[in-house]
Design a protein around this ligand. Structure first.
Ligand SMILES: NC(=O)c1ccc[n+]([C@@H]2O[C@H](COP(=O)([O-])OP(=O)(O)OC[C@H]3O[C@@H](n4cnc5c(N)ncnc54)[C@H](OP(=O)(O)O)[C@@H]3O)[C@@H](O)[C@H]2O)c1
Length: 245
């Protein structure tokens, strides 16, 4: 299937590792001109060279940074991004009584304001050209709260409401807005915390954790012209983990 991405520009937050990196690789392989963003500038540079994409160092949790990164990316790309992937590191783990007010605020800046700022900055150009794809990488926790992840559970569920609300506002302009919900996926981060198919497989109907490229395949499709009538959705890539319908 030709995804018709060769004339598209893309900005991918959190693109130096894990799910973001896999999305960057997939979009670049389809011919899109891609900018990745992450905090560790040396790794951004190395990964950008490996993938044949452009890179920017930045911290999307800092007030104003996500908005500024969209503008910086537009300069590198020659125009505003046609495809915006909002993605970042996971928030502090813990149950409600273990989470400080500061951790809630940091989580909100990281997961919520980075989306609000970057979408606000990218939308005007998308609407003007009559094409835009906004993909919010969230988590299965947005739909079914996961144990010990109260910040993720609370904030990501709210974000699904925002994704759907924005999608309705902009649907007639050729801009789609969707949320992607990864289940347990084999990224470096998951290796670091000991999540493997051996430790988790029995809890997942597919019997194993997912691979980043399996997640990125959905992102590439949703970013394409082919997905022009899919908007306001929250789609899980989880090997059947979620039980809710
Ligand atoms: N993998 C899974 O199984 C899974 C399951 C459910 C949900 N998720 C969620 O999906 C997202 C991505 O997961 P992942 O496994 O790909 O994580 P990861 O391997 O830790 O990668 C995170 C990426 O985001 C960048 N990043 C982190 N904080 C950032 C910030 N403040 N500003 C800019 N870039 C930042 C990281 O680079 P720097 O550190 O250099 O900034 C890295 O490129 C996370 O929110 C995670 O909670 C993942």
């Amino acid at each position: 299937m030709d995804l018709k991405l060769s004339d598209k520009t893309a900005l991918i937050f959190g693109g130096s590792r894990g799910l973001g990196r896999a999305i960057a690789a997939e979009l670049a392989a389809e011919g899109a001109k891609v900018v990745i963003v992450a905090r560790d500038g040396a790794r951004v540079e190395r990964v950008a060279a490996e993938l044949g994409v452009l890179g920017l160092a930045g911290d999307v949790s800092k007030p104003g940074a996500s908005r500024a990164l969209v503008l910086q990316a537009a300069e590198l790309l020659g125009r505003g991004p046609d495809i915006l992937v909002t993605n970042t590191g996971g928030p502090a783990p813990g149950n409600f009584e273990a989470i400080s007010d500061d951790a809630w605020r940091t989580g909100f800046d990281n997961l919520w304001m980075s989306f609000v700022e970057s979408v606000g900055a990218a939308l005007p150009a998308m609407k003007e050209k009559g094409f835009g794809r906004i993909l919010a990488v969230t988590s299965v926790a947005a739909r079914e709260p996961q144990p010990g992840l109260v910040v993720s559970n609370g904030l990501r569920a709210g974000l699904l409401g925002l994704v759907n609300a924005i999608s309705r506002d902009v649907a007639a302009s050729g801009v789609t807005v969707n949320a992607l919900l990864p289940g347990y996926t084999n990224t470096d981060r998951m290796k670091e915390v000991g999540v493997t198919s051996e430790s988790m497989g029995s809890k997942i109907p597919a019997g194993r954790i997912g691979e980043p490229h399996e997640f990125a395949a959905l992102a590439a499709f949703l970013a394409s012209e082919r997905a022009s009538y899919i908007t306001g959705q929250a789609i899980a890539v989880d090997g059947g983990l979620l039980q809710s319908i």
